[in-house]
Design a protein around this ligand. Structure first.
Ligand code: SAH
Length: 395
């Protein structure tokens, strides 16, 4: 195995189990590792630190093991087995109530570069590193061997791998195939998940618990689900007894998915209406101070994907939330989220605070939300905390 030697003192973060080696920390590479190859990382005195996947870029190594052990098929199999055992013990694997969950959450499962979501008997696998891309076949086998429910593995990495790498990933089934109409179950609700054409792995599994919380507050309420995508929050609000649900997304495809998901669960239900429209346009077109909604959900896409975009992102969150404060009824509840990894909990809260102050309304924090247990945060890798939410009472 090719070895990578770090500069003096640069071993400290690895000794605290942080799973990344930045290119600037490297003193010397003995050989010329291919992208995705396993390398051994050593301190400046040539002591073993870790084994990881090498990649060209600012994160040069993603650590797979802090122990000096063989990385073979059994190693990957054990990792998947552990990930599955955790989801099972959390009660997320329950064929007649919930068959939709994240099986592998990158660094959170000590598998940096790998995401796997399970929908009934299909696992959708996404590689974010060349190392994981190279071993996709072994990973697919390990998933089917260790997750009894899973019969098919779909690989979807065309948009997630670094575009500069000398590979051309192709999306497709690595094991099995799904041809029939299919429904994923989340907390007893049905969702039509389209991993072939949908965003990410086809569904935002990470909002499961937050949608369930919304359901508890929905009885008799008028609800606006902004950035609805597959209509997740809308479906929960309907089951919770909302009197009216408006779903808005700028993508017509998303609106189609939402309509379909409402229909699978409730048939033709006149309480629900959907609008393919830009969020700001929709909110601006509501009559000023019309305040027709009791409950508003704001779950926009990541406004900042990079640190450079942070300032504008924070302005965006402020502007969006200010609109919601303008439009929500007295005694209304606002569910507001940010899924930008580079925006911290405090920065997001400050943006929402500024919007609240501008509106002059009396606002109280009821809940502070995060990502669910199947999207665990590796305690040594705080960067893994990405989903932030606030539930606010707006007087
Ligand atoms: N709340 C959803 C996930 C939202 S993903 C869930 O629970 O599954 C973000 C969505 O915002 C995408 O569907 C995207 O099409 C939509 N979107 C992006 N920009 C938008 C805009 N300016 N106005 C309205 N929708 C937008």
């Amino acid at each position: 195995m090719i070895t990578i030697q770090l500069k003096p003192k640069k071993e400290e973060s690895l000794q605290r189990f942080h799973p990344w080696v930045f290119s600037g920390a490297i003193q010397r590479i003995d050989g010329k590792p291919a992208e995705g190859e396993l390398v051994e990382v050593q301190d400046s005195n040539r002591n073993f630190l870790a084994i990881g996947h090498y990649q060209i870029g600012s994160i040069a190594v993603r650590v797979i093991s802090f122990e000096n052990i063989r990385i073979d098929e059994e190693f990957w199999s054990r990792k998947i087995r552990l990930a599955y055992a955790m989801r099972k013990s959390l009660g997320l694997v329950s064929p007649d109530r919930n068959n939709t969950y994240r099986l592998v959450h990158g660094e959170g499962d000590s598998l940096p570069g790998l995401i796997v979501d399970v929908y009934d008997n299909t696992a959708v696998m996404q590689a974010h590193s060349i190392g994981m891309h190279e071993i996709r076949e072994s990973l697919a086998k390990a998933i089917v061997a260790n997750v009894p429910e899973v019969k098919n593995v779909y690989y979807k990495s065309e948009t997630t791998l670094p575009f500069k790498a000398a590979i051309e990933p192709e999306d497709g089934y690595l094991i099995g195939n799904v041809t029939s109409q299919f429904c994923a179950l989340e907390n007893g609700l049905q969702f039509n998940v389209d991993w072939l054409r949908g965003q990410k792995t086809g569904f935002f599994v990470d909002q499961r618990e937050n949608r369930a919380l919304l359901e508890r507050y929905s009885a008799g309420k008028s609800v606006l689900n902004m950035f609805c995508y597959t209509g997740g929050f809308s479906v929960y609000a309907m089951r919770g007894g909302a009197s009216l649900v408006h779903s808005v997304d700028s993508s017509a495809k998303a609106i189609d998915l939402t309509d379909k998901n409402i229909e699978i669960n409730f048939g033709k239900d006149s309480r629900h209406q959907s609008f393919a429209e830009d969020a700001f346009k929709y909110l601006n077109n509501l009559h000023t101070l019309n305040q027709q909604y009791d409950l508003i959900i704001l779950d926009p896409p990541a406004f900042a994907k990079h640190r450079e975009a942070l300032r504008n992102a924070l302005k965006g969150y402020k502007r969006l939330n200010a609109k919601a404060f303008e439009q929500i009824k007295p005694g209304g509840i606002l569910f507001t989220f940010s899924c930008s990894q580079v925006v911290t909990k405090d920065q997001f809260r400050l943006a929402v605070f500024s919007a609240a102050a501008e509106s002059g309304r009396n606002v109280r924090i009821l809940h502070q939300l995060s990502q669910p247990a199947d999207h665990p945060i590796n305690i040594y890798h705080p960067e893994g905390e990405y989903l932030k939410g606030l539930v606010l009472w707006v007087e």
